[in-house]
Ligand binder design. Structure first.
Ligand SMILES: Cc1ncc(COP(=O)(O)O)c(C=O)c1O
Length: 350
């Protein structure tokens, strides 16, 4: 990827790229979509500054003041931030720790209304580390299809499910109104390169949305030109690093689940993808997730993110762990979390 970017720069590709991205990158993305079961023409692909920009373009094209967008809770905060910026309302549907953080389909269905402009699905999920069951995935696509609500499929972790890459949600029904998003940030370990894409399903129901997205893309000129050559190199090149990455993540996830569940007062659903776990600590009355996380940070130097930052209730005691550190370091971290938590739950401040 580095060689491809250097070559592009030395070959003089330093001007503005087309606002939708260079053809070679869009072709690489369309082939990637087809390989994942989603029919795709390069004209329906837009190259973006990461998944984040793709999401912002799509939400801005779809929704405005007075509109609703369904997003999961716990959520990834980019969604609430973009919706606040464009004046649309974030309507939260439950994903449930008691059911392995699977989405509550009945709850999603009950929230769809006349003003619902999009249904956001993050599978595999940040912050929970869940990948959704085939039944849940089918039900979500079916809801989008039946109610004609565009499904925004955040598939940035699709290659990091421990059992191997997850197919595109859109593959379950090629006629359903689905827009898929991904990037080089996670499975190609280059988040700072800000290189991603969106691809709009080949249904005429989404033609206006695609036109709106392209208009917005014109307004910001283009994503970083030389980096688009890295995207081509990544998607058409050797991916063997991903198997090693998935294996390392699986080992760290298992260590995380085992060690956290051994701490009194903790419960942790086993992650099945990505590098996140969302454990719960049984908080004493009156304590919040924020108080627990900040006290842990002050006492041990270990930083987690409290669940209420992702929209869970402060007294529920959820918090998110990123388990990318090496296993030996994780082991030390979980030991000090156990020591700290014993004192914290016994009311002995440190
Ligand atoms: C669910 C989810 N979507 C999107 C992003 C942003 O990714 P990108 O770097 O491609 O903008 C992240 C990054 O953590 C994420 O977890």
């Amino acid at each position: 990827m580095i060689a491809a970017v250097e070559r592009a720069m030395r070959d003089g590709h330093n001007g503005y790229a087309p606002s939708v991205g260079i053809l070679a990158a869009r072709e690489a993305v369309s082939t990637e979509c087809i390989d994942r079961g989603m029919p795709m023409h390069p004209d329906r692909v837009v190259i973006t500054s990461g998944t984040s920009e793709g999401i912002e373009l799509a939400l801005t094209a779809l929704a405005g003041p007075g509109d609703d967008v369904l997003i999961p809770v716990p959520t990834y905060p980019l969604y609430t931030a973009v919706l606040a910026k464009i004046g649309a309302r974030a309507v939260f549907y439950r994903t449930d720790a008691a059911r392995g953080w699977q989405p509550d389909i009945d709850h999603v269905r009950s929230l769809i209304s006349r003003v619902t402009r999009a249904l956001v699905v993050i599978d595999p999920n940040n912050p929970t580390g869940a990948s959704y069951s085939p039944e849940a995935r089918r039900a979500l696509v079916e809801l989008a299809d039946r109610h004609n609500v565009p499904l925004l499929a955040d598939e940035v972790y699709a290659d990091l499910a421990f059992d191997g890459p997850v197919g595109a949600l859109a593959a379950l029904n090629p006629d359903a109104p689905v827009i898929t998003f991904s990037s080089l940030s996670k499975a190609y370990l280059a988040p700072g390169w800000r290189m991603g894409w969106l691809a709009v399903a080949q249904t005429d129901r989404l033609d206006d949305v695609l036109a709106g997205i392209k208009k917005l893309a014109d307004g910001r000129l283009c994503s970083t030109g030389p980096m688009e050559y890295a995207l081509v190199a990544a998607l058409t090149g050797d991916r063997s690093h991903q198997q090693a990455f998935r294996d390392a993540l699986r080992e760290r996830a298992a260590l995380t689940t085992e060690r956290l569940n051994a701490i009194d007062g903790f419960s942790c659903v086993a992650p099945t993808a990505a590098f996140y776990a969302m454990p719960k600590v049984a908080l004493p009355p009156g304590k919040t997730d924020e108080d627990y996380v900040l006290s842990l940070l002050r006492a041990t130097g270990v930083l987690c993110v409290y669940g209420s930052g992702f929209g869970t209730a402060p007294h529920d005691g959820f918090f998110r762990i990123v388990f990318l550190a090496a296993p030996a370091e994780l082991s030390d971290i979980y030991a000090s979390m156990g020591d700290f938590t014993r004192d914290y739950l016994a009311g002995r401040g440190r």
